[in-house]
Design a protein around this ligand. Structure first.
Ligand code: SAM
Length: 286
């Protein structure tokens, strides 16, 4: 397994982060994002990032490698389905007539309804879709799949090791588990300083996922990193809040934007972009 080296930050960025840490010392936690605005602000965030396209292309390639037979996918934390619908459409179009089963797990009912609507809009008769409105630990799933995939949802589970073991139980022998998660790079250093705890834990980043795989004795393939960039210089306050996973106060926005400017790199058009990498962990059930 590769080591997940965080993106180096400049001294100026490190100082700005220290200033933010000092501002947040011994004060009440910031409010968490509300479930009803989470999906909307996430969608707006994705429009400023090239990560969604990189993930869709990468996972479509993995799905092609599954072959031409019937295929079943369990997407954990499927959100509004805007990524899954692209993957499901690729599966259906690649091999006309082959049965495709796509099941989502999503605790937020508003997002789960959007997942169902997105999939229905494909109007593909060979595609059967179901969504469980539940957290992964409570989802009443009683079938096994060719693929179980977590895209940016492992941050939120109570215990990563338990979740990985349970996910493997939902796979047929030879089935594949894919976990896409962000490292603690420049952007998530901010999340660590600003986001309120989730019940009784912080958000889990890639190093936590890597440790959990090792501790559970599950061997993974070489970890792939997709190097995405996000344009936060032009983001609304709501998207900025989504980026740091907390409802910011007005006085924090200036220092947060200054830190993001300091960690930015030139995008293809030369304008500043914040590095926004995602790691892809994969393993096959023996
Ligand atoms: C960043 S979004 C990703 C959504 C989708 N996978 C995508 O890439 O667009 C994370 C999703 O995980 C869901 N989630 C949070 N905790 C969860 C849990 N314990 N089990 C399953 N899903 C969870 C959230 O409601 C949210 O929709």
């Amino acid at each position: 397994m590769t080591s997940l080296v965080p993106t180096p930050t400049s001294t100026a960025a490190a100082d700005l982060l220290d200033d933010l840490r000092a501002l947040r010392q011994d004060v009440a936690a910031l409010p968490a994002l509300e479930p009803d605005s989470y999906a909307r602000d996430h969608a707006a965030f994705e429009l400023l990032s090239d990560q969604r396209g990189l993930i869709a292309d990468h996972l479509a390639g993995r799905m092609t490698a599954l072959g031409d037979g019937p295929v079943s996918v369990l997407s954990v934390g499927c959100g509004d389905g805007s990524l899954d619908v692209r993957l499901a459409e690729g599966l259906v179009r690649a091999v006309p007539g082959r049965p495709v089963r796509y099941v989502g797990i999503e605790p937020w009912s508003g997002s789960a309804a959007l997942f169902t609507a997105e999939m229905a809009a494909l109007e593909a008769r060979e595609l059967t879709v179901e969504v469980h409105v539940a957290s992964f630990a409570d989802a009443p799933v009683d079938e096994i799949f060719d693929v179980v995939v977590f895209v940016h949802s492992m941050y939120y589970v109570a215990d990563v090791g338990d979740t990985l073991r349970a996910a493997l139980d939902f796979l047929r022998p030879g089935g594949e588990l894919w976990v896409l998660n962000a490292p603690r790079a420049a952007l998530n250093e901010l999340v660590d300083v600003l986001a309120p705890s989730l019940e009784d834990h912080r958000q889990w980043f890639s190093a936590d996922v890597e440790d959990a795989f090792v501790d559970a004795g599950i061997t993974t393939d070489v970890v792939v990193t997709l190097d995405a960039l996000v344009d936060l210089a032009s983001s609304s306050d709501e998207v900025l809040d989504f980026a740091v996973q907390a409802r910011l106060t007005p006085e924090l926005r200036g220092p947060v934007r200054a830190y993001l400017a300091a960690v930015s790199v030139p995008g293809r058009d030369g304008a500043p972009r914040v590095p926004h990498p995602v790691n892809v962990f994969s393993t096959t059930r023996v």
